[in-house]
Design a protein around this ligand. Structure first.
Ligand SMILES: [Zn+2]
Length: 352
């Protein structure tokens, strides 16, 4: 109901010329819209996790809207600098992708290149050197593939009772059980991958075929190097996609992440994005000490000169957004209406 009301409001505002008025305003010119994407589906990942994945056709439609609407797509660093200097061109936008998955390399990047738009990838690096699917995600994906089924007994996987795969909440409990087991047994990445393969056997899924397709995998060093050479901006997202509460561990995440990016992409990353959008005030000092100059969140908003440099808002685009919602954010109307303050964080973050 609220959603219908929202969409009707947006349509009325567009028809009456408010979108154009706001897009051309001084207010909008002094703001940078930073778009946030995660994955671009290789197959059906956008149906499994619409908040995390987009259909490549949706991504292409968005890029076309940016082009047709005359938006100035800037590199993130340039956009942030010009935001501070007050020299942004009208309708400024920056495009960011979190995590640096293989599907960025094979699906999203070719489209971005076709449109000639600069892009920033916030790269998490642990899985870069472990060419296997991200454990928590592949378990969730395989369980979704068998949705509707109840597996008689989970004993084989070390889980008590039957495995109910009929609802998202029940499947989530199974994933949690597997993650907890892996943590309890202090499994290495490879040992966790064996557990995922075991789950696949129980679900009668060809695990090796999924691995070959590179579904839910991070880019490997060769791929990252190739796109970096091609001009893709590679920035920080922690090594293991986590933000420990302990200072030494937190700063180690930044350092390990930076070290791997420097070694592979041959650039020094200084921009950061909070994994899963989670931030604490104590992180700000730690980030500053690691010479991080900006940090983006998953909180919805347009960046202004008044935004704190380590709390820069973005707009998460995903499979749920309709074209008019997306357009409302490009124009600035979406941010002015703010139907919802923070972005939904219903996805499971990558855990190593
Ligand atoms: Zn992430």
């Amino acid at each position: 109901m609220l959603r219908n009301f929202k969409l009707a409001t947006l349509r009325a505002l567009k028809t009456s010329g408010v979108f154009d008025l706001v897009a051309a305003s001084r207010w909008r010119q002094n703001r940078l819209l930073i778009l946030c994407y995660h994955g671009t589906a290789l197959e059906d990942e956008h149906q499994w996790r619409p908040a995390l994945y987009v259909d490549p056709r949706v991504l292409e439609q968005r890029l076309e809207m940016l082009k047709q609407g005359g938006y100035a797509v800037l590199a993130l660093g340039e956009g942030l600098q010009r935001l501070q200097a007050g020299t942004l061109p009208p309708r400024s936008v920056a495009i960011t992708f979190d995590d640096g998955t293989y599907d960025f390399y094979s699906r999203a990047y070719p489209l971005l290149k076709q449109y000639g738009f600069p892009v920033t990838v916030y790269q998490t690096t642990y899985y870069m050197d472990h060419p296997r699917p991200v454990f928590s995600l592949i378990c969730s994906y395989m369980l979704w593939k068998r949705r509707g089924v109840v597996i008689h007994d989970g004993k084989e996987l070390g889980l008590a009772g039957p495995l109910d795969l009929r609802t998202e909440a029940a499947r989530h409990r199974v994933v949690r059980g597997l993650i907890e087991r892996a943590e309890r047994e202090d499994r290495t990445g490879l040992q966790k991958d064996e557990l995922a393969a075991q789950l696949a056997r129980l679900l009668e899924i060809d695990y090796e075929a999924l691995v070959q397709k590179r579904i839910l995998q991070i880019m490997n060093p060769q791929e990252l190097q190739e796109i970096a050479r091609d001009g893709v901006d590679i920035q920080l997202h922690t090594h293991r996609h986590r933000t420990p509460e302990d200072e030494a561990q937190f700063r180690r995440e930044i350092r390990d992440n930076r070290e791997r990016i420097e070694a592979v992409a041959c650039t020094r990353p200084v921009h950061f994005c909070y994994p899963a959008g989670v931030y604490r005030s104590k992180f700000f000092d730690w980030l500053a000490q690691e010479q991080v100059v900006s940090a983006t969140t998953c909180d919805a908003g347009l960046a202004s000169a008044g935004s704190r440099s380590l709390l820069i808002p973005r707009y998460i685009d995903n499979q749920f957004r309709t074209p008019i919602e997306f357009e409302s954010w490009l124009s600035g109307v979406g941010a002015l209406l703010v139907f919802r303050q923070a972005a939904s964080q219903t996805y499971i973050p990558i855990e190593t």
